[in-house]
Design a protein around this ligand. Structure first.
Ligand SMILES: Nc1ncnc2c1ncn2[C@@H]1O[C@H](COP(=O)(O)OP(=O)(O)O)[C@@H](O)[C@H]1O
Ligand SMILES: [Mg+2]
Length: 306
């Protein structure tokens, strides 16, 4: 395969043997926090778990009745598996997807008051992305309704900014997406679909996870346009890198929750930064904790079939 791009966590390849419409995404064991990669750190098996979880979610989404949501996920055929193996890549880390023209926003959905939203709320904010929040909420409280809180997709090293729906429409229009030729007429409709799909994905996935004892506090999706000009869900889907997962059993509002996701790493990085210390890898016990959390999410949400 030909590597065409490296993201913070995933490497993206084209197939030598054709498949012009597809890309191969290989999730590495790299770790990113606060928009940059932690140098020199790999967490063994992390990439495989991200790939398997996303693929399982894509399969689950396909089974949803009365849903218009399409994912870009494609099963490998034998020729592709051969090509991946020839490059010395473990195919369990790899996933084929339709090559999308990405829509340059991050589709964040939140069901609980945590993370940057809690930080803002604590400091008096009662509005996010043009949506009102009620008074009197505590840290980690369930929001009255899940909310769609999109952000910009900032260039490497810069931070994503919250935007309201109108700003999102403008950003999409200004992106001059070539696969949306009638964008001036249709961009609002596209943005509405993107918002609806995001909320539906969050709600239905949350129901699925809660039945298995896991709360999905929030998550982030990325969408793009296929060659047919239609909307598809791409990127990783509902992984511990892109979502906050809390064990239902221990859930108690009024404090931070025990995370089964990247929050474990963010907390450590924040702590080190506060001390003025450089981030050189992670302590071994934290690496084990992250491995266990990621593994537990995969096993709990999609138990292996015997
Ligand atoms: N189906 C797709 N087609 C084209 N690009 C995609 C698709 N799915 C995801 N992407 C893009 O591929 C990259 C995935 O690699 P990642 O390591 O997550 O990058 P980043 O550092 O930007 O988060 C992202 O830039 C994402 O927008
Ligand atoms: Mg990414």
């Amino acid at each position: 395969m030909r590597k065409i791009k490296s993201g913070k966590v995933r490497d993206i390849y084209e197939y030598e043997s054709g498949y012009a419409n597809e890309l191969c995404f290989v999730a590495s064991d790299r770790v990113s926090a606060f928009d940059s990669v932690i140098p020199g750190l790999e967490i063994e098996g992390k990439g495989r778990i991200l790939t398997e979880l996303s693929a399982n979610w894509a399969e689950e989404i396909e089974t949803w009745k009365n849903s218009e949501i399409e994912t870009a996920y494609i099963m490998f055929d034998d020729e592709q598996i051969e090509e991946i193996k020839k490059d010395g890549i473990d195919y369990r880390y790899a996933q084929s997807q339709l090559a999308l023209e990405m829509i340059p926003i991050e589709a964040v959905v939140r069901g609980y008051l945590t993370g940057s939203l809690w930080e803002a709320y604590k400091n008096g904010a009662r509005e996010i992305c043009g949506l009102k929040l009620p008074d009197g909420l505590k840290e980690s409280d369930k929001l009255p309704e899940p909310i769609f809180t999109p952000t910009t997709k900032a260039p490497a090293g810069e931070h994503d900014e919250n935007i309201d729906f109108g700003q999102m429409v403008e950003i999409i229009a200004d992106a001059d997406l070539v696969r949306l030729p009638d964008y001036e007429y249709d961009v609002k409709g596209l943005a509405e679909t993107l918002r609806e799909w995001s909320l539906e994905l969050y709600k239905r996935a949350s129901d699925y996870a809660e039945k298995r004892g896991i709360i999905i506090a929030d998550t982030k999706f990325e969408f793009g346009l296929g060659e047919d000009g239609r909307l598809y869900l791409g990127d990783e889907i509902l992984t511990p890198d892109s979502s906050r997962f809390w064990p239902q059993e221990e859930y108690k509002p009024g404090r931070a929750q025990g995370s089964l996701d990247k929050q474990l790493i963010r907390d450590y990085v924040k702590e080190q930064k506060a001390k003025g210390a450089a981030i050189k890898g992670l302590p071994q016990d934290l690496i084990f904790k992250v491995q266990n959390a990621y593994e537990q999410i995969l096993k709990t949400l999609f138990p292996p079939e015997y």
